[in-house]
Write a protein that binds this ligand. Structure first.
Ligand code: IPE
Ligand code: IPE
Ligand code: MG
Length: 230
């Protein structure tokens, strides 16, 4: 298969609604969501996907009720530690993008451990977008350019100022949960990304659903503004 997307970005949406439908607390939906991400990493790795970038917590998510924000911070720190041995074993390299300094100290530390302990891995790169906003990323890049006293002259030079310059543009962006919007995700990087929206709620988005999205991507013709030669 030569049409495996090299980089899949995913907006993991619908955890709360999944829990509500089952009469369960939102926390359970988020916990099940961690399992879906675990499965997406394994499935993507096996399928030959090189980069998976997961929207884990947005700059806008800070405006949720305090108890929900605290719950998510706690769950992310637990998941980071729980998943670490498996990620190391499966050769997954973890990275982060976003304003990490906004996160509680213990979560910053858990993420730093995860990133450090997987830094030499050569399999799939899992990038966690944490306290991430596409506009904030562009703004931070502009501020960095000003600090360096040098205006970028090309798109490549601007791209080098983003949170992770080594991250290629996503080939495929998946959003679960039925809404059809970008919600401030990877605004610069997704200029020519293929979009895939599904009603499936994130906790139900497992191996078969990811493979279906990859299959859908394989049918698409990407033109990048050009004309097909065929
Ligand atoms: C996605 O699920 C997880 C985060 C945004 C952190 P939601 O919590 O947004 O679930 P819904 O959209 O309310 O169902
Ligand atoms: C997008 O989901 C952010 C994450 C999945 C982390 P939201 O639930 O925050 O998106 P909106 O508010 O419905 O656009
Ligand atoms: Mg949501």
């Amino acid at each position: 298969m030569n049409k495996i997307p090299r980089h899949i970005a995913v907006i993991m949406d619908g955890n709360g609604r999944w829990a509500k439908q089952k009469g369960l607390p939102r926390a359970i939906g988020h916990q099940e969501g961690v399992k879906s991400l675990h499965e997406a990493v394994a499935t993507g790795n096996d399928a030959g996907v090189k980069y998976l970038t997961a929207y884990t917590f947005s700059t806008e998510n800070w405006f949720r009720p305090k108890h929900e924000v605290e719950l998510l911070m706690k769950l992310m720190a637990i998941a980071a530690d729980d998943e670490r041995p498996g990620l190391i074993k499966n050769n997954v390299r973890v990275r982060t993008v976003g304003r990490l300094n906004d996160l509680p100290r213990n979560l910053q530390d858990a993420m730093a451990r995860l990133v450090a302990d997987t830094a030499k891995n050569t399999g799939l790169t899992l990038t966690l977008a944490l306290s991430y906003g596409g506009r904030t990323e562009i703004l931070d890049a502009c501020r960095r350019a000003v600090e360096a006293g040098k205006a970028p002259q090309t798109e490549a030079e601007f791209g080098a100022l983003l949170y992770d310059p080594s991250l290629p543009d996503p080939d495929l962006l998946i959003r679960t949960g039925g809404d059809r919007r970008i919600s401030n995700y990877l605004l610069w990087q997704s200029a020519y990304t293929e979009l895939y929206f599904t009603e499936t709620l994130w906790p139900d988005f497992r191996k078969a659903e990811l493979l279906a999205a990859i299959e859908d991507y394989a049918q698409r013709q990407r033109r990048f503004g050009r004309i097909d030669e065929e």
